[in-house]
Ligand binder design. Sequence first.
Ligand code: CS2
Ligand code: MN
Length: 344
Amino acid sequence: MDFAFCWFGPNDPVPLQRFAQVPGVRSVVTGLEHVAPGVAWTESDIAARRALCNEAGLEWKVAEPVPVHDSIKAAGKDRDQHIEAFAMTVKRLGDAGITTVCYNFMPVFDWMRTDYDYRLEDGSSVISYSQKEFDALDLTHGLPKRPAWPRGFTADELREISDTYAGVTKEEYFERFEYFIRAITPAAESAGVKLSIHPDDPPWPIFGLPRIASTESEITKLLAASDSPSHGLTFCTGSLAANAATDVVGMVSRVRDRIHFTHLRNIKHRSEKEFHEVAHTRSSGEVDLVEVMAALVEIGFSGSVRPDHGRMIWGEQGKPGFGLYDRALGLMYLQGIHDALTRG
Ligand code: CS2
Ligand code: MN
């Protein structure tokens, strides 16, 4: 297993070199956040980012996020040209030695929370989602930018989005995914790149838009859309566990070799659709990462592991969910479990 951090590029408050000082970390997960969705990443941009990683003594193994243009998700008339651009990005990443591409197929809105500074008893700050807070959002003046969103949305844009998706059923949206994955897997296979779809976060529809990667059965259906070996899953324990009905540990052995990449993090529910992030340890929350790691070892998972979201602790300021200190604590915990399980 390869233990890594994600880094949001030169604008990330955490200098890349810090990750290299965490024992056992030899690789980094990163993406070209400055390139607009739908524009093919250039060889020179990819080479420049890889050089930054190598200068810090780290290997760039997983590209994340590689955005899927909204026109592909909305089945727009120019979706084929955007699929072509995505294929070009995949090819160029493969040529540069990057072996995994993590993307998501959530319409319009990337992962979302309703509180980005929720305080725990220990005084640390985490990101939290509450359906009550979500339902109370005043959309009359649009929505301001949130972490992971490229921008905010005006009220007119929100109306346009809901018109675009009015009446689009989950089945229809699934067919759009099918169209995309079947078009893109040949390029991924010839580039030697594993595509890794990230589950919905949170794992239910927001703003009335269809979501198709929220439950184990939906993800099983998505994975069956193509039997290409390049089509697989980013096993994100926090996103999956936010739906309390999901048996996250058992799902590892059922999804098995379709797991191309893992995000191992922990959450805690306050009610059915209210949850917040917690430290990675078993006693901190509901996700038993000891059992998840044991299941990953059992299936022989050999891909990359990243600690995904952490708390903001010791007064650190940074991108909500992506502070250095608690992700480093989490990664050491995960490596400790792995070492203990594989010591024989
Ligand atoms: C995270 C995301 O939602 C999640 O579980 O993995 O924050 C992800 O890191 C971002 O969307 C970037 O890919
Ligand atoms: Mn994740």
